[in-house]
Ligand binder design. Structure first.
Ligand code: UT7
Length: 324
């Protein structure tokens, strides 16, 4: 039988640079309380959000992805033409054709790059990061631009207080390239299909979520998945410098951090709290948080970061990465 040739690939992969993009418009809790029955105190106490960013009509998943992606490429010291594959995790493009990735590749200057969209809802960035990392290691790609980009305001009822106070818009990106060492650990991923009905779009237009059911699931089931990602990477909880869970609710973030600290994570482990000023940006929340923490000097090059995404599906994915 004929033997097919395989590409050489790379012993490891790593994140070379990150970037993020948010719309200019800041929306406070007080502003929302003028158009629906809510208030600043409830939102801060129950969700942890003080303000979020809403996109302008001209901002799109693609435009925010391009902005975040260009910054990640610049941070990695590469040229756009070095990127050979573009992955855009998203669940909020209202028109599926053409896909976002092909448009991003063209607009960013990664001409003729391979590209596809990937939908794992709020877990999308970690899924795409795993796919990009494996592509680099297997040799099907060399420089992958991995993006999480969402315009949630397009799919949220603007006066539904159970969702409109939570969700927001933005994009975050990472460039993944080859490495002699392992800079991106194995992914721990899966789905909880029995809870598929807890986050849906029943009218095909607006997000609906059974908040309490998802909250219970996230606060009990996600920390063990994060622990599995550590185990797969051969990393102890005490080795984790930075914990970056999907920014769904500050109380969920704190519950995951508490469980990890019980399992040996350090008290001085930095825990992402970007939801306070960015809201829940679904697949964009983890890379946006990482980029903001880097800019604020809370995350440093070489830090061991534990990422864990979770959301509709219900889907989840997490991995250990070395910060660029
Ligand atoms: O990103 C994808 C994954 N998603 C998640 O992880 C979301 C997980 N769930 C959550 O984060 C929380 O369940 C929510 C933030 C969605 C809701 O918080 P909660 O603490 O579970 O509130 P609740 O729905 O149980 O509502 C508690 C009370 C109710 O009033 P009563 O029945 O106790 O009188 C609600 O009517 O708060 C009321 N309420 C509000 N009040 C003011 C609900 N929403 C609001 C609001 N403002 N926006």
């Amino acid at each position: 039988m004929i033997e097919l040739r395989l590409p050489k690939g790379s012993p490891g992969s790593r994140i070379l640079g990150i970037g993020s993009s948010q719309p200019e418009r800041v929306v406070t809790n007080d502003e929302l309380s003028k158009i629906m029955d809510t208030n600043d105190e409830w939102i801060r106490e129950r969700v942890g959000i003080a303000e979020r960013r809403f996109a302008a009509p001209e901002d799109t998943v693609v435009s925010m992805a391009v902005d975040a992606g260009a910054k990640a490429i610049a941070a990695s010291g590469l040229n756009p033409s070095d990127v050979d594959t573009v992955l855009v995790a998203n669940c909020t493009t209202t028109v599926p054709i053409p896909n976002a990735a092909a448009q991003v590749a063209e607009l960013i200057g990664a001409k003729a790059a391979g590209g596809f969209d990937l939908n794992a809802a709020c877990a999308g960035f970690c899924y795409a990061l795993a796919a990009g990392s494996d592509m680099v290691r297997c040799g099907s790609a060399e420089k992958v631009l991995v993006i999480g980009a969402e315009k949630l305001t397009d799919v949220v009822d603007p006066v539904d207080r159970s969702t409109a106070i939570i969700f927001a818009d933005g994009a975050g990106a990472a460039v993944v390239g080859p490495s002699d060492d392992t800079g991106i650990g194995p992914v721990a991923w899966g789905t909880a299909g029995d809870l598929v009905e807890t986050i849906t779009m029943p009218n095909g237009k607006h997000i609906y979520q059974e908040g309490q059911s998802v909250f219970r699931w996230a606060t009990t089931k996600i920390a063990p998945i994060a622990m599995r990602a550590l185990e797969l990477a051969g990393v102890q909880p005490s080795d984790v410098d930075v914990l970056i869970p999907h920014q769904a609710n500050l109380r969920i973030v704190e519950a995951i951090a508490k469980r990890l600290r019980k399992a040996g994570a350090r008290e001085d482990m930095v825990v992402a709290d970007d939801i306070v000023t960015s809201g829940n940006t679904s697949s964009a929340s983890i890379p946006i948080a990482m980029d903001h923490m880097r800019a604020a000097g809370r995350v440093h090059s070489g830090d061991v970061a534990l990422l864990i995404g979770f959301g509709a599906g219900l889907s989840y994915a997490g991995q250990v990465v070395i910060c660029p």
